[in-house]
Ligand binder design. Structure first.
Ligand code: SF4
Ligand code: SF4
Ligand code: SF4
Length: 281
């Protein structure tokens, strides 16, 4: 049975059994190499559901704030974000039915596998209800996922600062990076506060820098490297380079990997005797 039929049949059954009131998945987009997120509300519509190498969106952002019994299709990217959302009490797992999918990687319109997928370990957190898709063989060796940041890591601090300053200067303050991020869920973002105003709306070098560093610090220890902020940024700021570096630091210092287990709290929200505290030196 092909993956689309398998998915559609499973979701149809969930509606029939009354286990879900809606299902979050993907449907065909406007072009052959595009898909778009969709919310299915009745069993007659499950035929719209698909899964292929163009299903790039992280679907977890559609879960927040809904009390409905919800089914969702989740690859490793989406599932790690769901794990974080459960851990951060943004999603009630009792209302959730997860169909996990073995994801062999997403592609751009030319069919090239996305960079983030080349180093994906494909490990699905064990919080799903059912699994579809063929098993995946992982070719990336552990540790290789950091190769793309090594060059930048080797530069002296001043040069790294220069690099990021140049990148942040390009920012047009559209806030797409914040709006797409599953773990950016403050009711009122610091960037929108006017009383007290922490960061000016002016699109200029110093305020762009403040905004971007503020957002990056806010997702520290919670970012699961889904790559959505980088994908949607209209000026292509390479966020994964800095987010991956931070993830590496957290992994090395605290042995913590965001999105692995909903019962594990991010290190910046907990305290253990013997913590290295190198982060505040
Ligand atoms: S990073 Fe992994 S889970 Fe995410 S889209 Fe790529 S292959 Fe799929
Ligand atoms: S990669 Fe970007 S969008 Fe994804 S969790 Fe991290 S900060 Fe958020
Ligand atoms: S998506 Fe890019 S341009 Fe838009 S606010 Fe974020 S960093 Fe700036």
């Amino acid at each position: 049975m092909d993956i689309n039929t398998e998915l559609q049949e499973k979701v149809y059954k969930l509606f029939e059994e009354g286990r879900i009131e809606r299902f979050i998945g993907y449907e065909k987009g406007s072009l052959p190499y595009k898909t778009k997120p969709c919310i299915i509300r009745k069993k007659e519509d499950v035929r719209r559901l698909i899964f292929n190498q163009f299903c790039v969106n992280n679907l977890s952002i559609y879960l927040r704030g809904s009390p409905m019994k919800t089914g969702i299709l989740a690859n490793t990217c989406t599932l790690r974000s769901i794990t974080m959302l459960i851990q951060q009490k943004q999603v009630n797992p009792e209302n959730l039915f997860v169909i996990a999918v073995n994801c062999a990687g997403m592609a751009d319109k030319e069919g090239n596998i996305l960079d983030k997928c080349k180093t994906c370990n494909h490990e699905l957190p064990k919080i799903y209800n059912e699994l579809i898709g063929e098993e995946i063989t992982v070719s990336c060796k552990p540790g290789d996922e950091y190769n793309f940041i090594t060059e930048l890591e080797k530069l002296p601090v001043e040069r790294r600062w220069e690099f990021w300053n140049k990148e942040f200067e390009k920012c047009v303050r559209c806030y797409a990076c914040r709006n797409i991020c599953p773990v950016c869920f403050c009711r009122e973002c610091v960037a929108d506060k006017t009383i007290t105003q922490w960061v000016s709306k002016l699109n200029q070098s110093s305020t762009n820098e403040f905004y971007n560093l503020m957002r990056i610090m806010h997702v520290l220890g919670r970012c699961t490297d889904c790559g959505e902020c980088e994908r949607v940024c209209p000026v292509k700021i390479p966020f994964r380079k800095i987010l991956k570096k931070m993830e590496k630091e957290i992994r090395e210092k605290y042995g913590y990997i965001p999105g692995r287990d909903p019962s594990e709290a991010p290190p910046l929200t907990t305290f253990k005797e013997g913590d290295p505290e190198e982060g505040i030196k």
